[in-house]
Design a protein around this ligand. Structure first.
Ligand code: PLP
Length: 400
């Protein structure tokens, strides 16, 4: 028998060093812009989707104090039970959905890890996942890395980028395994109403699907109700709920999030987590306990500030002629750049080079994001006003 070691290396067919599913995923469209920004001075960034606030002091202090007391070890794979209990209470109080903190809540390295775990735990090669387009940049790559196949569900500005339940139904195949929802949405700021989510939930139930619901922006809604997908009829047993601390508590760098899911699904996620991440950092878990227990006033103050900025940027963009729907959640405006006659990529690149304002081309979030750009308004009002002024100059030149 010929074994690989009996064939000289020079005689073997050239093999790619990276796996096909990894090569297939393009590098992040956002990265290119950030690399360009690094080379420039005086850039106003509406690019990065990250709060400009520093984590509230009492949360940082709790973390520092935990270090002083010597909390520097691994925690249980699931995470500190005190944090899981606090999360179970939080979810029961806010959304009326009840989880067992011992077996149905997992503390993760951000929602990012939760998303990866969810996809790897549920997908067999070739399983299909329905994902509204446009959507967060990591959704499709995580599905692909897990061996799954993305089925985009188109959305459009005409209906506020809200997905239509019938568009899920019409894309079902025998291989459809899951739907992946992210509302409030990055990049559009869309919040989906209860009736629409309930109609999507009925499709999930009828076709025996799993819903993965990324609710990282649940606290960032403006005059709207956040509907927790797991709290809809029959959905608790079918939903992998992803939640986090990055956005609401301005804790992006702490890398801390959580998953809530029924026992059987959770067992799969925990199996992967315990062999890969082991646990989330203990210092961040300590900080998260403090955030949940005493962070409400800070969350509300930050949300009120985002709301102020939201109004200014939406009015400003519309006045300039970049038609912009009113985002009802998260901290992104998603205007159309049609008036300039440019593609979203051209617009973003020229705006950066000529006016030193960074926005993200909508096509980075899916084909349906084309012709739009994402402007993150988690930056000071003064910066937003200056950015609007510069965008106005740019658009005037394009129109002239
Ligand atoms: N989900 C969405 C929709 C996001 O916008 C982001 C970050 O921008 C993440 C998940 C990642 O969150 P985390 O910092 O908890 O990993």
């Amino acid at each position: 028998m010929q074994t690989i070691s009996s064939v000289p290396a020079s005689g073997r067919a050239q093999r790619a060093r990276l796996a096909e599913r990894v090569r297939r995923v393009p590098s992040s469209g956002i990265r290119r812009f950030f690399d360009l920004i690094q080379t420039m001075d005086d850039v106003i960034s509406l690019g990065v989707g990250e709060p400009d606030f520093v984590t509230p002091w009492h949360i940082r202090e709790a973390a520092i104090y935990s270090l002083e007391r010597g909390y520097t070890m691994y925690t249980s794979n699931h995470g500190l039970i005190e944090l899981r209990r606090a999360l179970a209470e939080h979810l029961a109080r806010r959304y009326g959905v009840v989880y067992d903190p011992h077996e149905e809540i997992l503390i993760t390295v951000g929602v990012s890890e939760g998303l990866d775990l969810a996809m790897r735990a549920i997908l067999d090669p070739g399983d299909e996942v329905l994902i509204p387009d446009p959507g967060y940049v990591s959704y499709a790559p995580c599905v692909t890395f897990a061996g799954g196949v993305v089925q985009p569900v188109p959305t459009a500005p005409e209906n506020g980028f809200r997905p239509a339940p019938e568009d899920f139904a019409s894309r079902l195949t025998p291989r459809t395994k899951a739907v992946l929802l992210g509302y409030p949405n990055n990049p559009t700021g869309t919040v989906v109403d209860r009736d629409t989510l309930a109609a999507i939930a009925r499709i999930v139930a009828e076709h025996d699907l799993i819903a993965v619901s990324d609710e990282i922006y649940d606290r960032l809604v403006y005059g709207r109700e956040h509907v927790c997908f797991a709290a809809l009829p029959e959905m608790r047993e079918r939903t992998i709920l992803l939640g986090g601390f990055s956005k609401a508590y301005a804790m992006t760098g702490w890398r801390i999030g959580y998953v809530a899911a029924p026992r059987d699904l959770m067992a799969g996620l925990v199996k992967i987590h315990q062999y890969t991440a082991l646990c989330a950092p203990i210092t961040s878990q300590m900080a998260a306990i403090e955030a949940l227990k005493n962070g409400e006033a800070a969350v509300q103050a930050m949300v009120a500030e985002y709301d102020r900025r939201r109004r200014v940027i939406v009015k400003g963009l519309n006045d300039i002629g970049l038609t912009c729907l009113e985002p009802e959640g998260a901290f992104y405006a998603f205007p159309s750049v049609a008036v300039t006659g440019q593609s979203d990529e051209e617009f973003a690149e020229r705006l950066l080079l000529e006016e030193h304002v960074a926005v993200v081309p909508g096509s980075a979030f899916g084909a349906c994001g084309r012709g739009h750009v994402r402007c993150c308004y988690a930056t000071s009002l003064a910066q937003i006003e200056e950015a609007l002024h510069r965008i106005d100059s740019y658009v005037r030149r394009r129109k002239a």
